[in-house]
Design a protein around this ligand. Sequence first.
Ligand SMILES: Cc1ncc(C[n+]2csc(CCOP(=O)(O)OP(=O)(O)O)c2C)c(N)n1
Ligand SMILES: [Mg+2]
Length: 1006
Amino acid sequence: MHRFRTTFKRLRPLTAAQRVQQGPSGRRASGRASGTSEPSLNRTSSNYAEEMYLAWRENPRSVHQSWDVFFRSSDAGPGAASSPAPPGASAQGPTSSPVLMDAPPNVAKLVEDHLAVQSLIRAYQVRGHHIAKLDPLEISCVDFDDAPCTVGFQNLGFHGLDESHLDEVFRLPTTTFIGGGQSTLSLREIVRRLEVAYCGHIGVEFMFINDVQQCQWIRQKFETPGITECSVEEKQTLLSRMIQSTRFEEFLQRKWSSEKRFGLEGCESLIPALKTIIDKSSQSGVESVIMGMPHRGRLNVLANVIRKELEQIFCQFDSKLEAADEGSGDVKYHLGMYHRRMNRVSDRYVTLSLMANPSHLEAVDPVVQGKTKAEQFYRGDVEGKRVMSVLLHGDAAFAGQGVVYETFHLSNLPSYSTHGTVHVVVNNQIGFTTDPRVARSSPYPTDVARVVNAPIFHVNADDPVAVTYVCSVAAEWRNTFHKDVVVDLVCYRRNGHNEMDEPMFTQPLMYKQIRKQKGVLQKFADKLMAEGLVTSQEFQEQVAQYDKVCEEAFTRSKDEKILHIKHWLDSPWPGFFQLDGRPRSLSCPSTGIAEDELSHIGNTAASVPVEEFTIHGGLARILRGRGLMVGRRLCDWALGEYMAFGSLLTEGIHVRLSGQDVERGTFSHRHHVLHDQNIDKKTCIPMNHLSSDQAPYSVCNSSLSEYGVLGFELGFAMSSPSALVLWEAQFGDFHNTAQCIIDQFISSGQTKWVRQNGIVLLLPHGMEGMGPEHSSARPERFLQMCNDDPDVFPEVSEDFVVRQLHDCNWIVVNCSTPANYFHVLRRQILQPYRKPLIVFTPKSLLRHPEVKSSFDEMLPGTHFRRVIPEEGPAASRPQEVKRVIFCTGKIYYDLSRERRSRGLEQEVAIARVEQLSPFPFDLVKEEANRYGNSDLVWCQEEHKNQGYYDYIRPRLKTAISRTRPVWYAGRESSAASATGSKHSHLLELQRFMDSAFDLEAFSGKL
Ligand SMILES: Cc1ncc(C[n+]2csc(CCOP(=O)(O)OP(=O)(O)O)c2C)c(N)n1
Ligand SMILES: [Mg+2]
């Protein structure tokens, strides 16, 4: 969210400094805001002025007289007589300042030198990371576009200093903490301390952050002398964590040398890094950490961070084990996990979950955020103090995948913020076989995080102490400011992309260097031994002890006979299923509701349930119209939706609707959020005024993203089965920018990860002459991914409908009436399991006079109608019917009008297939058989190679046991989804209406 921060009070000195920057004449000395960038090297330093101002506020005599005069006049307010800006505050620099020219030469020199030191300090803060020793291989190819290096002894001249200044003592500005308890230091010591803080194994990128207080916080965390050191006890804990991390990989390598596992070798310090983040967060009150990560080091994280039983991991390597669960499962480095355990450091329980994910790198990011948000929401954790997310990334994927950016842009939006995520990048400086030099255009893989002002801590992963420190600061940052933060673990990949790959083909020099590289555990152990903190024997014993743990688990793993994928569930829903994972029942009650409830919800939808609230006149008309409809016991589409949401809310089900412009509705039909016409931000959500004990309704306009937002909502829906979570596309065709979430998670999530999800996708769809875009939600794609067999007529039992839904991978519907839309939404919650629901929703039908449902169709005892059969004159004399047209969705109204105009109501029956998948074989068969003398036509407005035809045809034939042909009436095949010409659109429509109603059209054809 873009926010105009008015920090006048907090930053009052800065405001004064900005006045200084502008100069008494009002001319701006520098175009850049204070605190956002390094001061220009001609020393137009707002920061210097800021320092002077802060010092002057404390003690006016502590600054040069010229500053004193200047600040006195500035502080007196705009009307006061102004003084010329003191040196360092004007664009022309010190030499042009009349004050400085008038000052005694030694004062002018003093100010100038202090200014130079100030500039140097700031240069370190801004650019110290350029020369930090981040790369364990020392071959880093981070490219700063040959920007001149402004830090280091050799670059003193850049700031107007030279060696002769080294032993001079300077007063330190308040924007540095290198002094510790001292307020002055020699230049030599200043540089030394800055080198330690900014150019060692940690490189801190933070000076782009707009908030000065946050910058100060970071400076304090990295500049305070000795602050990064850790205690003996911490070092010992670190050693044992490094042993676990390293020896785990070595164990796997010994036992399964030819298995892919995407080992962590070269970045073993990831394990202590994550453990530190969890420890620190747990200490600050976090109870649940939700994590997402790619392949690299995943098994290690499961074993040593989440603490999945080792034998469960090891038995995944046994290819002969049979899976006990339904579904096809997934490879071991994609499965998720959920575990609650005691954190020894904080002495508190913490729940860790690692989300299952597909190969598609970074796709899980928004899903993790959505689940985190949901957990926060259901726990009432409005500030993110109890639930947090941690996301891991590879360097290539973090820089390359757009969903990373989409996810970052959700981080500060009220309905999507998880109040800060800790991102950890395993930056092994390679992506499969590709060098960063050709994989990204930014110097670091982490630059994308700068868009949300996230501080970025680069750290040499061969220094576990530095890694641990950085991670504890990252956790503290997140738990203090509740904003995102990035830890960039600069490391290397000891092996190829996987354990089978030969990296020397493509990175010969890098790998020659890697071969020479001593392992980080050995390096660290050597260091601790040199420091006398551990003996060689103690180290060997610790190693042997962990190896033994692995060996014993390996032996136990051999006893495992069966693989239970459900042991790898990342989001269990306690109480929702039976113990064996089956639904509690296989029935679904009526989805209708009582008349008075319909009236109450309808009247709420037609009202403004708060006092003194001025709505737009046009909206008042819409609400009046709703009121009239309720009076006539009718619902249009928007009201049908209102009835579904409202009734679920009163039954205690949380409803969350998210997507672009959903609050009003793309087609201005919904109006779930009313806006006062006179008072900014005064809004009213009538749906939240239904009853005092209702569940909350969340309706939120999203950022302009599909991949990120759909992933987020999917994650939200994962958290609890007692919520109806809906994502609406602006137009259905835009879903394809979220295709990965649809293919990888929604359609196949349950079969891969035994994890159910009841998310609803609302996809506006319909050919209305609006051109190739905005027309088709691509039903063919969703239908092609349905798992029902086109050639098998399923066994029709008493619980057929519920069982068929239970067995499917998702439900695809195209409702033609508001009542059916109402029922299908309610069925999502009343059915005893959760399935994704894809709804093709109308556009022009939203206001179509015929598209209204009576309350009678929504009363107790009523259900969703999978097929709406012919109910007109044709139905009463079926033997005389010459044609049955099967169709779905909006085209029904065109067909019905055309049939009327041609006077064919007796001869042609029209049946609507409302539930496309799972296919209602039973009802379609019934309908076809009722008209035994008719021919059968499938009619759709979509092109022949699109829409439903390819899906329907074989199923319709199976339904009728292939006894009759199924004819097609619709548009010809086409590459585009619709014509760009309104005229052609109407012509095409007329043409296929002609064939749909030409009763001789198919005679004699085979
Ligand atoms: C979206 C996507 N595109 C391509 C791939 C194929 N792939 C798997 S790993 C990989 C390299 C990843 O590099 P990086 O993110 O640096 O992680 P690393 O393997 O180095 O830890 C690629 C391209 C993928 N998994 N996902
Ligand atoms: Mg990489």
